[in-house]
Ligand binder design. Structure first.
Ligand code: GLU
Length: 498
C-alpha cells in the first residue's frame, strides 16, 4: 500500500525548514525555507523551524543564530520553532533525545532494528568480499540475528554497537509533487545505521520521528534528499507512522551546470547581506530559482509571491544561479522601493557593517546623498564604496593624464581648472548645490567661446579632479556632496599636479 492519505493531510498543511547548524545559512537552504514559507502562507498552514543539531561536534550556536537572523532578514517569520511557543516542541533536536530513544527501543524490542557490533575493518572486509563476488558492496547483515545472550555478552565486554534497521526486500514507491512517481528498489540498500547508540540517533531516524510528532504534512526539501526518502519511509513503516507528502526541489546549479558551490561565488546568505543586497531582491530571486509564475512579470514582492506560488509549478530540472540576474533584481528594487525604505536599509547596513572613512563629516545624511547619486549605477550597497571611494577618502590617486580632455593640452586643462576653481569660490556656501553650480557653470560656458565649442573642455577636468576616476556621477552632484571646501581643495590639488 503506497502513499496512504493520512488524516493529518486533511487539515491545514504544516511544513518545516530543518537546517543543520553546521555552517553558515546556505543560499540553497534559504530557497527551501522560502518555498516552504510561501506554501504555508498560501494554504493557511504553518511554517515550522526545526534545528537539526544532533551532530554535536559540528553543530554550533553561532550557525543557529546565523540561520535565524537570515530568515528574519528575509522576512520569513516562522510560526513555531526554538524561542517561539508551539505545541510540538522542543524544536531543537538535541533537546529531543529521550523521545528518539523511546522509538529506537521500540524498534529494537520488536526486532525491526538490531545492534550491530561489527567493526569498521570487519565491514570493509565484508564489502571487499562482496565486490570480489561481483555483488554490490553492502553490509552483510551479520548481526541481524544475534541471540539476546550474545548481545548481552558483547555489551558486558564493553563493545559499543550501532543500531541498524532491517531493510525489507521490496520496491518503495512514493508520489512527489514535483517529480511525480518515484520508485526505489530497497534491494540496493543495506541495513542502514539509524543511530550510533540509543542516545545518538542519526538524521534519517530523528527526521522521521520529528516529522511525525510535529504533524508535518508536506516535506518540501532539496533534491539531494530524494535518496533519503525511501530510507525514511522504511523507518516510518517499521513504526507504523503515516507518510507525509513529498516535494523535492530542483538542485541549484552554477552557470556551468554543476552543483552550486563556492567555486561559483558566495554560498552563504550572510555574504550577500554583507555585500549589501536588499532582502526583497534576494527573496524575489530565490523564488525564481526553480519556480516560475504564470505570465511574464518576474518582479514580485513577498505578498505577490504568496498569492502566485504553486508547488505544482516548480520545475524538475536544475535551477541556474545567475548573479547578473540577482544584480538586476537588486537594481530594480533600489529604484522601486520608496526611497525612505532604501535609506533605512542603508542605515541598517552601515550599522551592521561599519566602515572607517578618512574624510570628515561623512554623516548619515552625507551617506544618503552619496547613495542617491549612485543609486542607478550600483548593484548593491558595497559597490558604492568600491566604485566611488572618492566620496570617502581625502587621498585620491590618479595620473594627471586623467584630467586631460581628448585633444586638449596640459595648458588648456590647467586653465580650465583655474576657471572652475574661481567659479566655485564665487558661490556662497549656502548656495553650494548642484542646481546653482550647474547654472553658474553653464552661464560661464555660454559666455566663453572656447568652452562653448566643447563643454567637456572644462567639465571633464573638473569631474576628474573631484573623483579621480574616468567614470563617476556628474561634477556638480559630486561637488554638492563634497561641499565647497573639499571641492576647491581637490581642484587645487589637480592644478598642482599638472
Ligand atoms: N537537516 C537536513 C538538512 O539540513 C534537513 C533535511 C530535511 O529537510 O529533511 O539538509
Amino acid at each position: 500500500m503506497d502513499d496512504p492519505k493520512t488524516p493529518q493531510q486533511l487539515f491545514a498543511p504544516r511544513v518545516r525548514i530543518a537546517p543543520s547548524p553546521t555552517g553558515w545559512f546556505h543560499f540553497g537552504t534559504a530557497r527551501t525555507a522560502l518555498f516552504n514559507f510561501l506554501f504555508a502562507r498560501k494554504t493557511g498552514g504553518k511554517f515550522i523551524l526545526r534545528i537539526e543539531d544532533t551532530d554535536q561536534i559540528r553543530s554550533k550556536k553561532l550557525y543557529e543564530d546565523n540561520i535565524k537572523e537570515g530568515l528574519k532578514w528575509l522576512n520569513l517569520e516562522w510560526d513555531e520553532g526554538p524561542d517561539k511557543a508551539g505545541d510540538f516542541g522542543p524544536y531543537r533536536q538535541s533537546e529531543r533525545i529521550d523521545i528518539y530513544k523511546k522509538y529506537l527501543q521500540q524498534l529494537l524490542d520488536e526486532g525491526k532494528a538490531y545492534y550491530c557490533f561489527c567493526s569498521p575493518e570487519e565491514i570493509e572486509a565484508q564489502k571487499q568480499d562482496m565486490v570480489s563476488r561481483g555483488l554490490p558492496p553492502k553490509y552483510s547483515g551479520k548481526c541481524r540475528d544475534l541471540s539476546p545472550e550474545t548481545v548481552k555478552q558483547y555489551f558486558k565486554e564493553g563493545k559499543n554497537p550501532v543500531i541498524r534497521i532491517k531493510m525489507p526486500n521490496k520496491i518503495i514507491k512514493f508520489n512527489d509533487i514535483i517529480r511525480g512517481e518515484v520508485e526505489f528498489n530497497l534491494d540496493l540498500l543495506e541495513d542502514i545505521i539509524i543511530a550510533k547508540s540509543l542516545t545518538e540517533p542519526l538524521y534519517n531516524f530523528s527526521v522521521v520521528i520529528d516529522d511525525y510528532l510535529m504533524q508535518i504534512t508536506h516535506v518540501i526539501r532539496g533534491e539531494d534528499h530524494v535518496s533519503n526518502t525511501p530510507k525514511q519511509i522504511v523507518i516510518q513503516e517499521a513504526l507504523g507512522l503515516p507518510r507525509p507528502i513529498y516535494a523535492h526541489l530542483p538542485m541549484i546549479l552554477g552557470p556551468d551546470r554543476s552543483k552550486f558551490s563556492k567555486r561559483h561565488g558566495a554560498t552563504a546568505l550572510s555574504e550577500y547581506q554583507k555585500l549589501g543586497y536588499l532582502p526583497e531582491a534576494i527573496v524575489n530571486f530565490l523564488a525564481l530559482l526553480g519556480w516560475h509564475p504564470v505570465g511574464d512579470n518576474e518582479i514580485m514582492n513577498l505578498e505577490q509571491l504568496i498569492n502566485n506560488f504553486e508547488l505544482e509549478r516548480v520545475q524538475k530540472g536544475g535551477a541556474i544561479f545567475n548573479i547578473q540576474k540577482l544584480n538586476w533584481f537588486n537594481n530594480q528594487y533600489l529604484k522601486l522601493l520608496p526611497r525612505e525604505k532604501v535609506f533605512a536599509y542603508f542605515e541598517e547596513y552601515m550599522k551592521k557593517y561599519p566602515r572607517k572613512f578618512d574624510l570628515p563629516n561623512t554623516s548619515h545624511e552625507y551617506l544618503n546623498k552619496v547613495l542617491e547619486s549612485e543609486i542607478l549605477r550600483i548593484n548593491n550597497f558595497s559597490e558604492i564604496f568600491t566604485n566611488s571611494d572618492f566620496f570617502f577618502t581625502k587621498n585620491l590617486h590618479y595620473q594627471k593624464d586623467l584630467l586631460i580632455w581628448k585633444g586638449e593640452s596640459e595648458q588648456t586643462t590647467k586653465q580650465a581648472l583655474i576657471d572652475a576653481s574661481k567659479i566655485m569660490e564665487s558661490i556662497p556656501e549656502i548656495d553650494f548645490n548642484s542646481i546653482n553650480l550647474q547654472a553658474k557653470f553653464y552661464s560661464f560656458i555660454d559666455n566663453n567661446a572656447f568652452y562653448q565649442q566643447n563643454r567637456g573642455r572644462i567639465l571633464w577636468p573638473l569631474r576628474a579632479a573631484l573623483s579621480g576616476k574616468s567614470a563617476s556621477p556628474g561634477p556638480f552632484e559630486i561637488a554638492e556632496i563634497l561641499g565647497k571646501k573639499e571641492t576647491i581643495k581637490r581642484i587645487k590639488q589637480a592644478i598642482e599636479l599638472i
